[in-house]
Ligand binder design. Sequence first.
Ligand code: SAM
Length: 220
Amino acid sequence: MDTRCKNRFVATTKEKWDLNQYWYSANTIASLKKEVQEHATKVAFLSTPSVWFSLENSDIKNRSFFFDVPFPHFLISLLMICLWIRSSSCKNIVSEAAHWMSLQVDSQWEKHSNFVYWNYNQPSEVDRTMHHQFDCVVIDPPFVTREVWAKYSEAALLLLKEGGKIILSTIPENAEMLKHMLNVKRQAFQPSIPHLVYQYAFFTNYESANFSFPNPEVDS
Ligand SMILES: C[S@@+](CC[C@H](N)C(=O)[O-])C[C@H]1O[C@@H](n2cnc3c(N)ncnc32)[C@H](O)[C@@H]1O
């Protein structure tokens, strides 16, 4: 029997590798969705857009936000300047490129009222009205380094209410560092991230029944 489920976000959203976008598998998203829908009421999804898009509980979905960068704006600006400099001889190319880029930006997540433009390099640049408002954060950064995790930890602690739940994925080697930063513990369930070469683990700061057994999708 084929137990793989389908996911609309994964099927329709191309991963942008310049942003290190690696989506969880449909089954892993289903497990995360079950977990947050059982344990949370308002979630901050830090660099985990696939899970927000996949939520079925509309109350939780409407109250929650996904924090991400939809497109590398600085790259667009740089490209626009380069094209503008060369524009005297290639007017058509410039207008074609501008059109293509505006489509790229428009078609991204900015139109969603639950999207928050947030760059982990400025972790605390979050509207004050969002401080300590969430009872759960779900985190999957584009990098696994200490510097990057320090920034995600700062943002998570700013957004979470006291006693809020943390679910994150990263390499198992980060266990000790993340114990100190966010008091999280490795879980038995490992996420499947089909296009990522590393095998990640899930970590939480609470006992999770859903993540207490191995993921049949992942070879252990
Ligand atoms: C490894 S992927 C995690 C995606 C997650 N597994 C999912 O299925 O939703 C890294 C995420 O970080 C986001 N990202 C990349 N650069 C970022 C930045 N500077 N600030 C915030 N998020 C960023 C990407 O857009 C992507 O959603």
